[in-house]
Design a protein around this ligand. Sequence first.
Ligand code: UTP
Length: 297
Amino acid sequence: MKLNKVTKAVFPVAGLGTRFLPATKSIPKEIMTLVDRPLIQYAIDEARAAGIKEFIFVTSRGKSALEDYFDNAPELEAALIKSGKEHLLEVLKETNMDSGAICYLRQNRPMGLGHAVWCARRLIGDEPFAVLLPDDVIAAEKPCLQQMIEAHEQTGGNMVAAMEVPPSKASSYGVLDIGEDMGAIVRAKGVVEKPKPEDAPSNLAVIGRYILTPKILTNLNRMKQGQGGEIQLTDAIAEETAEGNVYGYRFRGQRYDCGSKAGFLQATVAFGLARPDLREELNGFLHDLISMQKAAQ
Ligand code: UTP
């Protein structure tokens, strides 16, 4: 199958981030740090590794720190050179984006994830594109989006990252109704947004990585309100299941929901323990803390 290469990615970052108030009153959620790098850096690195060349951010008021983060920092660089901290210059370089590779556009009101993606329609044009939600941080040997792009080369169409969740958690996700199970890839015959546990059509939940066809933007054009009165990306994808054109991909990796406090804390511990420079000290601290808690019980 000859497919257009996926070279554009949309990062919807216009949400209010209410679960992290009061921090998100002045700090964009995506700039909050996991160990020593902001959430958005993990998503950008994953996209770059998957061959993405154009990065489209859908932002909102109060997100200027995000724009500054990807800019060059000449004063800081000069100060690091002067003080002989060349190794930190290398760390900084990873955050710089080529001129013109990144663009920001505004979603004027938080009308839902589907609406945020629709805002990028003119920049996407008529090609398949990726969507990455930086809240979902995925630790994987091969980056999740790269796995998906490889799987997408076999299927074409729309592809969503999927993972198994217990029924009690189904109401936090879009859940796939499985038509055909081919192992790592499933063909979906429906997608239900945030079902009650008894209504969940499977235990396969959609998480924040997508490869989508431009047809999704046409569906979003209708501005149909879904759950919570928001324009839902899931609804626009679900419309395509009638065409047999939506695939779920069981990615290999560990996903952390950094949009929730518990998920963010879990990711902090896991990523801290994965770092050779922090592992020993953090491990010792956790061990002592747990022992103390057990003794106090
Ligand atoms: P969430 O559902 O996590 O909402 O959005 P949120 O506003 O970020 O956080 P809470 O729930 O209030 O704490 C999922 C993703 O969709 C984006 C968010 O920025 C996040 O990346 N989004 C959501 C938009 O860009 N625009 C919207 O209107 C809604």
